[in-house]
Ligand binder design. Structure first.
Ligand code: RAT
Ligand code: ZN
Length: 415
């Protein structure tokens, strides 16, 4: 270990980031044992909804999005490849750059005319081995999944049981059960929970039984839900009643975090399916209300609107049970990550989780983490430089320790 002031801060930060096993606290990744949920390879990578939305702006003449939706996945991937990578403009968007980074990491030519080389390159590889390879290359130790027992594909996989891979940790996702209430009633009934459309005492206690049973069965490390920008708490809406009557008390009782991902306006353009969601700004006085009322529950919070980021930091200064995390979705772009990470460091020190990947396809770990760390590294280095300039005898050990806490899942999600 070097003595204070004798080492390069930026080299030390880069080293600490590259040596830190990353705990990725929100993804949509699943282990190969979960069969069709486990996505990897060029056809999945190219049909990622971020890319689909971008391709929809310039599809070849005669191909509408509706027509595109009906095509088999490999054909969709070919169209997106031709449109966004072989066309007459450079692939500079974050999602496009991501594909280029993945291909380069796999030793492929990203300027290829078609996907044949990419499709052939791992044809003989077992998915389990590819998971090992990608985790190792990306420096990822473990990922948190997005688990929904009401999902028609996922539910039966849990019911039948499978060998767990400890690197894939469970998170009970609540959107399909609780959002758009009473939309989830039928499926909850089918699983044996005696809930009614009316949010009665019986419904509340049956929903709590659902949450407890499934947190137990999955060994869920936290519960998560995405919420629209008009979510108010307290309130008379079904979702406000369900959060206050079901989710927060269960989080308290189990002593696990309640994660809220707020600001999504679902399906503003439904033809784009997963790519058709947008965002809006949230009134964070609602978060203050929640954090004040449930002061013994930890809230993992990420908000989708850029305008809300500063207010989230201020709210977290007032309430230690608010833990901001990640630069989510439309914010997962270098210019915005730089801004958000800087303001979080300035207002919260190191007491936040800087990033999650939100990867849906295994290969994406090969770009989402390197891209984010390329921006976060210099932001951290500038801050440590300022600290040393101010007279703090900084050591490499300090940097390593902080990075360990910020990227290793924090004390809540570390093991
Ligand atoms: O970033 C995404 O892929 C979004 O479609 C959502 O999955 C979002 O992250 C979510 O978890 O709702
Ligand atoms: Zn997500």
């Amino acid at each position: 270990m070097s003595s204070p002031n004798s080492f390069s801060v930026s080299t030390a930060v880069t080293r600490a980031l590259s040596e830190q096993p990353i705990v990725d606290i929100h993804t949509h990744l699943y282990p190969p044992r979960m069969g069709p949920l486990s996505l990897w390879g060029p056809d999945e990578l190219l049909t990622y909804h971020y890319l689909k939305a971008e391709a929809s702006r310039q599809l070849p003449p005669g191909i509408s999005v509706k027509h595109f939706n009906g095509l088999p996945k490999p054909e969709q991937a070919d169209i997106i490849w031709k449109t966004l990578f072989v066309g007459d403009s450079s692939p500079v968007s974050e999602a496009q750059l991501g594909v280029v980074t993945v291909m380069a990491a796999l030793g492929l030519n990203p300027r290829a005319n078609d996907l044949s080389e990419f499709r052939a390159c791992r044809a003989d590889l077992k998915p389990e081995d590819y998971v090992d390879q990608v985790f190792r290359k990306a420096g990822v130790a473990s990922v948190f999944m997005t688990n929904d027992p009401l999902d028609d594909v996922e539910g039966p996989i849990w019911q039948e049981g499978f060998d767990r891979d400890p690197r894939f940790r469970a998170v009970l996702r609540l959107d399909s059960a609780l959002m758009g209430w009473p939309g989830g009633v039928e499926k909850l009934n089918a699983l044996g929970y005696n809930v009614d459309k009316e949010i009665s005492q019986k419904t509340v206690s049956e929903l709590r039984r659902y949450l407890n049973d499934w947190c137990d069965r999955m060994d869920a490390r936290y519960m998560a839900i995405s919420l629209p920008p008009d979510f108010t708490y307290p309130g008379k809406s079904s979702i406000a009643k369900l959060m206050g009557g079901v989710v927060y008390p269960t989080a308290r009782e189990r002593n696990i975090p309640s994660a809220m991902m707020v600001g999504v306006r679902r399906q503003v353009n439904p033809v784009l399916r997963d790519g058709g969601d947008s965002l809006g700004s949230w009134d964070l006085t609602n978060l203050e209300n929640i954090a004040r009322e449930w002061s013994d529950v930890t809230f993992l919070i990420t908000v989708l609107s850029r305008e809300d980021q500063h207010e989230l930091c201020v709210a977290a200064r007032k309430f230690p049970n608010i833990l901001p995390f990640g630069c989510w979705w439309f914010l997962n772009n270098p210019s915005i990550i730089e801004e958000i990470t800087s303001e979080r460091l300035e207002l919260l020190g190191t007491s936040f989780i800087p990033q999650h990947s939100d990867a849906r396809i295994l290969d994406q770990l090969l770009y989402k983490w390197p891209h984010a760390l390329k921006v976060i590294g210099p932001v951290l280095a500038r801050k440590y430089g300022a600290l040393r300039d101010a007279g703090w005898p900084l050591t490499e050990g300090d940097i390593k320790r902080d990075i360990g806490r910020m990227f290793g899942g924090g004390k809540l999600l570390a093991d």
